[in-house]
Design a protein around this ligand. Sequence first.
Ligand code: MRU
Length: 335
Amino acid sequence: MQLPNPIAWTSAGQIRLLDQTLLPSEERYLVLDSVESVAEAIKTLRVRGAPLIGIAAAMGVALAAEGGPEQVRAAAAMLGATRPTAVNLHWALRRMERRADRAAMVGEALAPALRAEAQAIWDEDREMCERIGALGAPLIPHGATVGTICNAGALATGGIGTALAPIYHHQRLGRGLHVVVPETRPLLQGSRLTAWELTRAGVECTLIADGMIASRLRLGDVACVLVGADRIAANGDVANKIGTYGLALAAKVHKVPFYVLAPTSTIDPSVPDGAAIPIELRAAEEVSEWQGVRAAAQGVSVWNPAFDVTPAELVTAIVTDRGVVPPGQISRLMD
Ligand code: MRU
């Protein structure tokens, strides 16, 4: 099974990043050697997906370590301002800052300590993906057709993904599944990224436009829906890519189980419910243009939230690396 490696260290200690804005037409790798270039890559979605932006930001902070503790703090502030919704980003940055403080306290060399911490964040994420895959796989009947949205696969994490992890778990065991992939407007993470990733891995998939979701679920052949998350509130409300809420509503009406799959680094117990999750608003041009060409009527106003909140009551269960729980019990996992 061939999965992409969206991020790596170069032998010279820089960051090698797959530019996801160019997929699927071009597989181009960028070499980043400054915090500014990592922040730009996160903002523009060259690197994306909640767990992966946490890993990229941690690696970005490690780049700043040669400059000393002041530079580390400035790097964390710059990277933290790139995207507000995915809590993994802020979780990883806090962890890097704490590690820097500890190194300073005991007089340890900063650069190797921070590079090791960034690597640990990445390694742990890879393991969490594997556990999510193993725990989620029994929820999917053999040979089933499943739905998803956006991209919560290898391109979004340090491992085999979250929502796509159980699919890859089955695929490795030779049990094929079929995945229905909504294109995921406006930036097409479904058609550009998920369809590309699944096809390369040899997983059968069918692309649909977002407006076809409800009709497809009404057909009755989708066994369950698997989605990722950018932040899970203490009450089990889930922020994820815009369109997830509509998918969850359609799943509820058609009695299709709706599973959210995420590492524990995506749970934010400090946020009581979905209303308190900051939702990123992005540029109007992402909706009104396609690749720089105007596609909407001149002068029309645009609303472009990158994420929505699915209320806990629409979620059948949350699959994390620590277990499968009903959404109302998510904070139990954090004790
Ligand atoms: O704007 P994006 O592409 O970063 O949004 C990504 C998502 O919404 C994913 O579903 C989420 O981050 C989970 S990725 C494992």
